[in-house]
Design a protein around this ligand. Sequence first.
Ligand SMILES: [Zn+2]
Length: 388
Amino acid sequence: MQDDSIKDKALANRVSRLIVDAFNNLSVKSGKPGVRSNGVKEWTVLAGIAMIEIDETANYKVSPICFATGVKALPDKVRQYSQGSMVHDMHAEILTLRLFNWYLLKEMSLLIENDQYSSQIIEKCEDEAKFSLRENIELALYISEPPCGDASMTYIADEREPWQETKPEKRRKVDNEGTVLRGRANFDQLGKVRTKPGRADSLISLSKSCSDKLCMKQLIGINNCFTSYFMKDPIFIDYLVLPQSKACERDLTRCFYDRFQSKDHSVKYMKHIRCDDDGFEFQKPETCLSKVVPSQLSLLRVIPNGNTQVLNNGVKNGSFIKGKPPKPTGQSFICNEQFYLIAKTIANLGSFHYSSWKLQNHQRESLKEHGRSVLKYWPRTSIDDFQV
Ligand SMILES: [Zn+2]
């Protein structure tokens, strides 16, 4: 019997290798970081989800499901007009969770369309019109960097951070819910909810940091409102895979365990496992001095379906219209409106109003409310609503 830590390392290396290889082997005209016309190189973050199937003898098979790159988020004011047609949070790990949800929804739709279809990941429940994850399946989320926000505070303090703000910002008031820490401001404050990092002079995004979003998903699961409507039980991430050289155990423990410990009954904690050098070519630079800039683009890929897309400003690359939603052909396949279009092939959703439909899932909403009260100062983004 192998030592647990050896098994964990082997699994972490297997997962990271499969995701990085899937990225490297994808041949695309655009979407990967490049060199700008002024000679400046681009970097990005890569994240992906792999499925682990465990057999009776405890052997396992790992299959990559999806990956995404990206480090951008849209300003909150875009929500006033986006109407479910734009993707606001383009950080790699959040995009890959969206891709995973898209994959699940597609599998559900195929199972409904065709009685003979067999999905590698989900199956229809016998007693109700719901789906469940197949038995003996676990999920791993690989990220090439520690997630932004609380889980990467030491990493930032080590001055490995290329987006250093010029002066620390004041805490910003958010409605009546208290204050929120914007991005990397006040990085001496630990264990706190933060918004996505951005330049100090950028328009505010109230999108929460990836650390906070992933932390919350340990409570509510990774299903979005569409897939959770059809799933019997929530799906959780079992393993968070990070490069050994970048992950700080103290930060990870504080961010993902301590903030819930003793306050919670139903949290499904991710196990943190470390991979050796992952060989990802477009890594974030190690010092602020390097002449490299973050890529504007996100590359999306769902591996079993072969779906590939490049996002820019929340829409298909080349389809961005300033101050307006994109034309329908410019929408990303993982925007909320596209999720709705697949969902209605699975069940009749009636006359649909996104914001109120979402609230009807009382169990999910009450878990989210509970999570917000534990993590505190959870700023609300403006509503991005649509009706059909
Ligand atoms: Zn992030």
